[in-house]
Design a protein around this ligand. Structure first.
Ligand code: CP
Length: 293
């Protein structure tokens, strides 16, 4: 039984297969209903716009049945443990359970029960593997070979599962990752190059990956005033000038704090391309996990 908890669960060969299949799904359209007899549960203990809908669209495009269990309306609200919830879903013999949770450990804990394949749709600040895969696809689609390309991750890196997954996946494909953040947002335990301002590195990068301040994961407020933060870290036209750099962000974007309105509308901004690509990458991930191909 194959699970997807982190991108390390996939070999380079499997990831290349996913990228190729995602490209076929994107460019040739109308895939056959490869997952016609398959059943998936989505179980999101944290809010989501993109990931949940993207997984559901991906599954439906491949003909799978998808059942969404809303934790606020499920027996979780009556005190049922998540392990018991998962065991009961497992008793209905699904082909996969797609789960998002605030805890770093829950997806792996459920995977260890071996009741059903577990697909991590975002766990705490630990991992968001399908976001990293769709980011990799978007980069490869834009640049072709990624060997030697440089990505600066800017923002609340310490609290971001998107950053964790990008930091572990992108270097496997030759990408050099640097980190740009104020001290409270910079991870302590990193060997990556660290910078205090975007200006320190802007002339050396091909990509800026901007991140939102993960307010829901801050135990106490880190900055009282995010306008002051934005004056240093928001990606604006002034930051970019006419440089040939692409801008990425996993969403949701805090407008004019993470990225300015003008840059969001700039042709160099790939935010909606990432969302579009997410569907095709998740189709390929589901094909890999459910059909082993
Ligand atoms: N990128 C991402 O995880 O967005 P959602 O929180 O809307 O799913």
């Amino acid at each position: 039984m194959q699970h997807l908890i982190t991108t390390d669960d996939f070999s380079i060969e499997q990831i290349n297969n996913i990228l190729q299949n995602a490209s076929k799904f994107k460019n040739y359209g109308n895939p056959p209903a490869l997952l016609r007899d398959k059943l998936l549960f989505t179980l999101f203990f944290e809010n989501s716009t993109r990931t949940r809908s993207s997984f559901e669209v991906a599954a439906k495009k491949l003909g799978a049945a998808v059942v969404h269990l809303d934790p606020t309306k499920s027996s979780t609200a009556k005190g049922e443990t998540i392990e018991d919830t998962f065991t009961n879903l497992g008793a209905m013999a699904p082909d996969g359970v797609i789960i998002r949770h605030a805890s770093n450990e829950i997806p792996q804990t459920l995977a260890n029960m071996d009741m059903a394949p577990v697909i991590n749709a975002g766990a705490g600040n630990y991992a968001h593997p399908t976001q990293a895969l769709l980011d990799l696809f978007t980069l490869q689609e834009h640049f072709g070979s990624l060997e030697g390309k440089r990505v600066a991750i800017v923002g609340d890196i310490a609290n971001s599962r998107v950053a964790s997954s990008a930091i572990s996946l992108l270097p496997r494909f030759g990408v050099e990752v640097s980190l740009v953040a104020p001290a409270p947002f910079m991870p302590a335990d990193t060997k990556l190059a660290k910078y205090g301002t975007i200006e320190d590195i802007i002339d050396e990068v091909d990509v800026i990956m901007s991140l939102r301040a993960q307010l829901e994961r801050h135990k106490t407020p880190i900055f009282e005033n995010y306008e002051t933060y934005a004056s240093h870290y928001c990606i604006t036209q002034q930051t970019l000038g006419n440089r040939d750099i692409i801008i990425m962000h996993p969403g949701p974007v805090m407008r004019n704090i993470d990225i300015s309105d003008e840059v969001l509308a700039d042709r160099r901004c790939k935010v909606l391309t990432q969302v579009t690509n997410g569907v095709f990458v998740r189709m390929a991930v589901l094909k890999m996990l459910l059909l082993d191909s």
